[in-house]
Each structure stands twice: as structure tokens, then as C-alpha cells.
Design a binder for this molecule. Structure first.
Ligand code: ADP
Length: 486
């Protein structure tokens, strides 16, 4: 294996105002490979003053950036997309080394992340306004959409590339400069993206990446009046804190927060498809996504068949370092995450769940946990209401449609949901009844640049991707043209 430091795109400095810089203090934070717990490098430990500088640089870059035509901005975004695709393998390797996910999933994420840049480079040209008939004959109503201004984006470690591009591509495309605070566990993917953005020709200050103390950088981003929009992906807990902090300057916000996805298998489902969907939805990224299946509800008649086939598939999974092409499940991000998974499994067992497979840490030690299936899980168990964020699939048996809809909706979250059925009437009824921002019908994977990603209830505010994804970075301005009869 190549040393990450030899990679062309390895950067261990921050990118602020078009320059690669250290923290004012020179302090750094250490980044570890979750597969072997070894240090892979350090990044600057920046705080309030560096964040202010980044925000001011973005603000200085704003007038020129928004004055460019959509076509001009689109061309630069397109170059960035091409560079990412040309460097896909190296970006994927960096991602697996710092994040742990199997290399094939990393390759998939680089393509997925880049697809937002491609999509929004095209969509930027279609920021249409409107004209509205005025009630007075000498007047017209014109509606313009304009970039909101400096955008702050705070992103998590589970998708170190795509969560950045999904926010920054629409922001940049419509004319907003960005300040990005990546998760401290996975800064190198963000800095590699900045290196390619520099090469693509973004003017200095339009895209900035800052690493360091999350609360200090986050506080400045959420309270600085220059920042007009904060887009956050992470836990509901931190999202609520940021929402409060943003209220002081009434910023626009997008929040992609936690989820607790129901995954429902009806008697009339194609069971093989349902098993394949459950594998994908549950075990992708070692269960560490906000759209992973959290509660698998299986109808009585097919419960046995589904469980048997699901267990069989899980038994084939290979756990280990994600850089090894054979491994289908990597480590968890850290010890803290592992402890939460352990707690949830032990608690479910206390409430009567049976371990069908897995159920404990992996013999590899460190951050590895066995892919796990629990059956007969109680609605009282923590795993039924709290986000586990790990490779554990709890299965529940249900009797009828109304019962399962009620169970599925019984959550403060409302991000992703999934169900399998071949009955067209049921498909419409259930899809409409699920109180979730996203519903996968006969699929375990719904994320794509063309579709609006986002949640309702405590899962968030706003949408990312799709034609709706640009709205979050635009202000509506109405112009009343009067005196037209003179
Ligand atoms: P996760 O469980 O995915 O780590 P977090 O909500 O803790 O979710 O983190 C998501 C992002 O929010 C990361 O970039 C993290 O560094 C950042 N973050 C954590 N705490 C704060 C905070 N108090 N203010 C702003 N950002 C924060």
C-alpha cells in the first residue's frame, strides 16, 4: 500500500483565500485510520480567528463570483467534476484510509459526490424567475432569484466527499462562496477536493476549507453576520444547537439530521429482492448512514423465509480493512460508536431479542463489530427508538398494513423509509401514509443527484440534490414595475 502522504492530492494544510495555511498557533490535530488506529497525518487546529478570516475571504470573493454568468460558473464546476473523476482512485483510497469504508464503496461515493457537481453545473443555468400579473393595469410583478451570500457548510465523517459536494455544488453554482468545516475524523477527503477545486480554477476565496475545533469553528460560522446560510449534516443533537445559534442573525438553514428508517417487507414482496435491499440499506458504510434501515418489519407469513435468507447473506460478509478488495464491511469510525452499538445490542437482548448472527465485537478487535441480526426485538428496546449507527439489523414481526404504518411512523425522525410489495394499491397507500421525506419502494437505496434528499420532523429542514436543491441557496426578490402607462 502506498503511504497516504505520497498521494498527489494529500494536503495537510487548510485552504483559505486561495492559500494553503496552518493554524495561527501552528497547532494540529491527529487523524487516525480506523482500521488500524494508526496516525495517518495531522491537520491544522484552527479556531475563531481563522474562521473569521475564511468568512471574510468568502465575502470578498462574493461580488465577482455572483457577477459571473451561470455559464461561466458552470464551466468551472464542470472542470472540477472532470478532475474528480480523473482522480477517482486516489480520492477513494484517501477516503478508505481515513474513513474505513470498503474501497468499492469509496469509489462509489466519489462518483456519487461528483454527480452533484455535474448536476448543479447544469442546473445553475436554469435558475428561472417569474412574472406575475399585477392587479393594477400600469404595473407588473417580476420575481428574481439571487444567491443568498456566504454559505457555511458543516459536514460529517460518514460521507467525507459527497456531503461536501451536495452542499457546495449548488451553492457555488448559483453564485455563493463557501466555507467548509469537514468532520475532524475525515479532513483529508475535504482537502483533496479543495486541491482539485484550486486546479479547476475557482477564484480565491470562493471555496475555503477549515479544520479544527468543531465547537469554536461552528460557533463562528453560526453567529457571524456575514454568513447568510448554514448547511449542516450531522446529528440531530448538534443540529438543534446550531439552529439555536443561527437564530441570532436569522440565517437561512438546511439541516440533514438523524434518521430512524423503517424497512417493511409485506407478504406479497419479492423476498429475494427484499433481502438484497436490506443488505444494501443496512450494511452499507458499516451501518453508519442516516438512511440505513433501523427497524426491519417483516409480515408474519414471510418472516421465516426472509430471516433465513437474510442471515445467509450476512454470513457471507467479510469484515476487515476496507483497502482489501475482498472485505465488504469495514471498521466503525471510533470506539465511541462501537460502544453505542454494543449497548444497543445488549439492551435489546435484555428485552428478549435473539441474536441470529453476530452480536458482539469482531475477533479482529479495535473498531470492528460483527454484522449482526437480532430477531424478536421489543418495541421497548433502545434500538427501536434511537439511532444505532452500526451494523445491527433488528427484525420485528407484524400482522397487517395499518399496524405497520403506525409502528413505522412512531418516531420523532422522518428521513428515509423503505418497503417491499408488489401490490399497486398497497404501494400507493403505504407510500402516502409514511411520514418520511423519502420512501424507497422495492429498493434499499434512494440517494441520487436527480432526487430531493431530506427529512421531515426532527430529521431536518431543506432538500439537497435535484431541481429543489438550488432553492436552499437562493433568495427570492420581487420587483414591482410601476408607472408603465406613462
Ligand atoms: P456525527 O455523529 O456524525 O459525528 P456530529 O453532529 O457530532 O455528528 O458531527 C457532524 C459535524 O458537526 C462534524 O463536522 C462535527 O465536527 C461538527 N460538530 C460537532 N460539534 C459541533 C458543534 N458544537 N458546533 C458545530 N459543529 C459541530
Amino acid at each position: 500500500m502506498m503511504n497516504i502522504k505520497d498521494f498527489k492530492l494529500f494536503r495537510d494544510k487548510n485552504y483559505i483565500d486561495g492559500k494553503w495555511v496552518t493554524a495561527d498557533s501552528g497547532d494540529t490535530i491527529s487523524v487516525n485510520n480506523p482500521a488500524n488506529l494508526k496516525e495517518i497525518g495531522t491537520v491544522p487546529k484552527c479556531g475563531t480567528s481563522e474562521t473569521k478570516k475564511a468568512i471574510e475571504a468568502a465575502n470578498k470573493a462574493w461580488p465577482d463570483w455572483k457577477a459571473k454568468s451561470a455559464r461561466q460558473r458552470s464551466d468551472i464546476l464542470r472542470k472540477w467534476f472532470d478532475l474528480i473523476m480523473n482522480n477517482k482512485e486516489e480520492l477513494a483510497q484517501i477516503m478508505t484510509i481515513e474513513q474505513g469504508k470498503p474501497i468499492n464503496e469509496s469509489r462509489g461515493e466519489i462518483g456519487y459526490g461528483a454527480s452533484f457537481i455535474e448536476w448543479f453545473s447544469e442546473e445553475a443555468k436554469r435558475v428561472y424567475g417569474d412574472t406575475i400579473p399585477d392587479p393594477m393595469t400600469d404595473r407588473r410583478i417580476v420575481v428574481l432569484k439571487q444567491p443568498v451570500g456566504v454559505v457555511a457548510s458543516i459536514t460529517p465523517w460518514n460521507f467525507p466527499n459527497a456531503m461536501i459536494t451536495r452542499k457546495c455544488a449548488p451553492a457555488l453554482a448559483v453564485g455563493c462562496p463557501v466555507v467548509i468545516k469537514p468532520a475532524s475524523q475525515t479532513p483529508f477527503s475535504a482537502l483533496a477536493l479543495a486541491a482539485l477545486a484550486e486546479e479547476a480554477g475557482f477564484p480565491k476565496g470562493t471555496l475555503n476549507v477549515i479544520t479544527g475545533k468543531a465547537s469554536e469553528i461552528g460557533d463562528e460560522l453560526a453567529t457571524n453576520p456575514i454568513v447568510r446560510k448554514l448547511s449542516f449534516t450531522g446529528s440531530t443533537e448538534i443540529g438543534k444547537i446550531l439552529l439555536q445559534k443561527c437564530s441570532g442573525t436569522v440565517k437561512k438553514v438546511s439541516m440533514e439530521l438523524g434518521g430512524h428508517a423503517p424497512f417493511i417487507v409485506f407478504n406479497d414482496a419479492n423476498i429475494n429482492d427484499a433481502v438484497a435491499g436490506a443488505m444494501q440499506s443496512k450494511f452499507r458504510n458499516t451501518g453508519q448512514t442516516c438512511v440505513c434501515a433501523n427497524r426491519i418489519y417483516v409480515q408474519e407469513k414471510v418472516h421465516e423465509e426472509f430471516c433465513k435468507k437474510f442471515i445467509e447473506e450476512v454470513s457471507k460478509m467479510k469484515v476487515g480493512d476496507g483497502l482489501n478488495e475482498e472485505n465488504s464491511s469495514g471498521p466503525m469510525i471510533d470506539e465511541h460508536s462501537l460502544t453505542k452499538v454494543e449497548e444497543h445490542v445488549e439492551d435489546a437482548i435484555q428485552y428478549g431479542a435473539k441474536v441470529a448472527i453476530g452480536g458482539s465485537r469482531h475477533s479482529l478487535g479495535m473498531n470492528f463489530y460483527q454484522p449482526t441480526i437480532l430477531t424478536g426485538v421489543s418495541s421497548e428496546a433502545k434500538i427501536t427508538t434511537e439511532e444505532t449507527f452500526g451494523p445491527v439489523a433488528p427484525i420485528y414481526k407484524f400482522k397487517d398494513e395499518n399496524e405497520v404504518i403506525e409502528l413505522a411512523n412512531n418516531s420523532p425522525y422522518g428521513l428515509a423509509s423503505y418497503f417491499y410489495s408488489r401490490d399497486i394499491g398497497r404501494i400507493w397507500r403505504v407510500a402516502e401514509a409514511l411520514e418520511y421525506g423519502m420512501v424507497g419502494v422495492n429498493t434499499g437505496l434512494t440517494s441520487k443527484a436527480e432526487a430531493p434528499f431530506g427529512g421531515i420532523k426532527e430529521s431536518g429542514l431543506g432538500r439537497e440534490g435535484s431541481k429543489y436543491g438550488v432553492d436552499d441557496f437562493l433568495e427570492i426578490k420581487y420587483i414591482n414595475m410601476c408607472g408603465l402607462d406613462k
